[in-house]
Design a protein around this ligand. Structure first.
Ligand code: UD1
Length: 361
């Protein structure tokens, strides 16, 4: 049986791995060896996902932790290289666009180990965002590129990449559908004392927004205005954002916004499914809101999930208090979501088949 190392390290990757890893094991498609870089390491950023989603303990934990981009990427590369030398896998599978993804792809391709990129072909401005740099490089060195949509495939075709490209649909839709019956909606609404559709869920952690004091302050001011207008604003705060709020002394500018600790997948989805709408700069949550039938205001100059913006379902908004209030006022909450934008919930099987076809597994 062939051996593939699945290399994960950050929150969105745990969610995707939960589903794909399980399906690979069910189908005995290949020997699936899990390696965790340690980029995310907290109980709330890492462990909770393993517990909730039943992800097996990784065979290796590289313990890389936080640091500058260069330090994090370099340490991950060094630690992963030893694992690849020892394990001699037939391929390395990476997800998305984090520093873990980049480090994994660089090490493997230099060792002549084929790279499988799940969520290939996403492109968004500004081009100098860390995630965008990571995406472009990883797509360039990958042998199997699994795209969530036709738009993603066209993005990489335009860059001259056409071999090994597959439109598989979005694996986050698979897991959303499978886990939906387990979303603890009643418990969450009760614990937080909110009523269905009486609140908005906010997440924000992109360095584009939170590493800039003016942008972060402006968004917090916009959220405060929404909270004062009568909608509850629930804001599970990412550690990066929490740190910046402290550094910039912005912890008290939005007293009516309810800042929470980061949530697990099931808890967050339970809240999203019962929210009025969502405000976010997260790539994953833009799609998950759509899967839950909720509209999202996206606080970014562009979205990798173009289909959701082009169909008018999601709305781009500048990090500005007035613009945010305008976007909220302009939301029509009665329209129906567009159908099947990212496949029909069988992306895991499509990815397994794409890998098998390309790497003769
Ligand atoms: C990373 C990814 C981003 C992904 C996001 C999901 C990169 C460049 N970015 O961003 O694409 O959407 O993860 O969450 O890889 N921290 C903790 N505990 C943790 C992890 C981080 O406190 O478990 C703190 C660290 O001190 C760090 C900060 O959060 O300074 C940011 O973490 P980092 O891994 O740099 O990137 P994210 O902002 O999480």
């Amino acid at each position: 049986m062939k051996k593939i190392i699945s290399f994960i390290g950050a929150r969105p990757q745990f969610i995707k791995e939960a589903l794909l890893g399980r399906r690979v094991r069910e189908r005995k498609a290949w020997e699936h060896v899990l390696v965790h870089s340690g980029q995310h390491y907290d109980l709330r950023m890492s462990d909770i996902f393993f517990q909730e989603l039943g992800i097996p303990q990784p065979a290796y934990h590289l313990g890389v932790g936080s640091g500058s981009h260069a330090a994090m990427t370099a340490q991950t590369m060094l630690a992963l290289e030893s694992v690849l030398v020892q394990e001699k896998p037939d391929a390395l599978l990476v997800y998305g666009d984090t520093n873990t993804t980049l480090a994994g792809a660089l090490v493997a391709c230099k060792m002549d180990i084929p790279v499988i990129h799940v969520e290939a072909g996403i492109r968004m401005l500004p081009e100098n965002m860390p995630e965008e740099i990571n995406r472009r490089i990883v797509d360039r060195v990958s042998s199997v590129l699994c795209c969530c949509s036709e738009v993603a495939r066209q993005n990489i075709t335009r860059e001259g990449i056409s071999r090994g490209v597959f439109v598989t649909g979005d694996i986050m839709y698979d897991i959303f559908l499978q886990m939906r019956p387990l979303f603890p909606a009643d418990g969450m609404l009760k614990n937080l004392a909110v009523r269905r559709s009486g609140y908005v869920v906010v997440t924000m952690h992109r360095n584009y927004n939170v590493d800039c004091k003016e942008r972060l302050e402006a968004v917090l001011a916009g959220l405060e205005a929404i909270a004062q207008s009568g909608l509850e604003v629930l804001f599970p705060v990412h550690p990066r954002t929490r740190k910046r709020m402290q550094e910039f002394a912005l912890e008290h500018v939005a007293p009516h916004v309810r800042c929470l600790d980061p949530l697990g997948y099931l808890e967050l989805m339970a809240l999203v499914e019962n929210a009025s709408f969502v405000i976010t700069d997260s790539g994953g949550l833009q799609k998950e809101s759509y899967y839950a039938g909720k509209r999202a205001i996206v606080i970014m100059p562009d979205s990798g999930w173009r289909e959701l913006v082009d169909t008018g379902w999601n709305t781009l908004c500048a990090p500005d208090a007035q613009e945010l209030q305008k976007a909220v006022a302009g939301l029509d909450l009665t329209v129906r979501p567009p159908a099947d934008v990212y496949g029909s919930g069988n992306a895991a099987d499509a990815i397994i088949e794409a890998v098998a076809a390309t790497l003769s597994i």
